[in-house]
Write a protein that binds this ligand. Structure first.
Ligand code: ZN
Length: 186
């Protein structure tokens, strides 16, 4: 499965949609954040400071808005990228070449660290996804209660749900029920 750090962040306040009375924002859950950092091999202090949390939430909102529009087939305004670009431009990166075991490797080092670097990586993964992986595969789950962003890797780009087993099944059952109801009312 194709994974992007930015998608993990975008879906972080919709994790527990099946428990709708008890919505949770995972960005405020220290354990979830620690696991996220481990997964993406990033380092930052725990708990997250309030300034970084605010910045990360704002970035999440912007990214999600952009992806929703793309998913709907709506055109974007260039100024919607201002905030993401500001984060990208804030970080100085140095690139160098290495040579190990007969292979060349590009190595990156950054002037920032901690949460500002993590937030930069989130914005970078978003830029990378949109610039290098095509916008037609980036979608929002058809289950309105879910609303997860996902990357559609299917051959004909026909996937509609973030997860066929969860949302796909729920939607199929729901359609079946409404069709049954229609029949009963006939
Ligand atoms: Zn879903």
């Amino acid at each position: 499965m194709m994974e992007f750090l930015c998608i993990d962040i975008m879906n972080s306040d919709r994790v527990d949609w099946q428990n709708a009375e008890n919505p949770r924002d995972m960005l405020e859950d220290g354990k979830w954040l620690t696991e996220l950092l481990e997964k993406w091999e990033l380092e930052a202090s725990s708990p997250i400071d309030t300034g970084s949390l605010k910045k990360l939430k704002a970035l999440r909102k912007q990214m999600y808005a952009i992806v929703s529009q793309l998913s709907n087939g709506d055109a974007l305004e260039i100024n919607q990228l201002i905030e993401v670009n500001k984060i990208l431009e804030d970080m100085s990166t140095h690139v160098r070449m290495d040579y190990k075991n007969n292979e060349f490797i590009l190595g990156y080092s950054y002037i920032g660290q901690g949460w500002s670097l993590v937030i930069w990586h989130v914005a970078k993964s978003f830029a990378d996804m949109l610039c290098n992986y095509g916008t037609t595969r980036i979608k929002i789950c058809d289950n309105q209660n879910c609303g997860w962003a996902f990357y559609d890797q299917s051959k004909n780009k026909s996937r509609r749900w973030c997860d066929d087993k969860v949302c796909g099944n729920i939607m199929k059952v729901r359609r079946f029920r409404s069709r049954k109801k229609e029949k009963e009312n006939e």
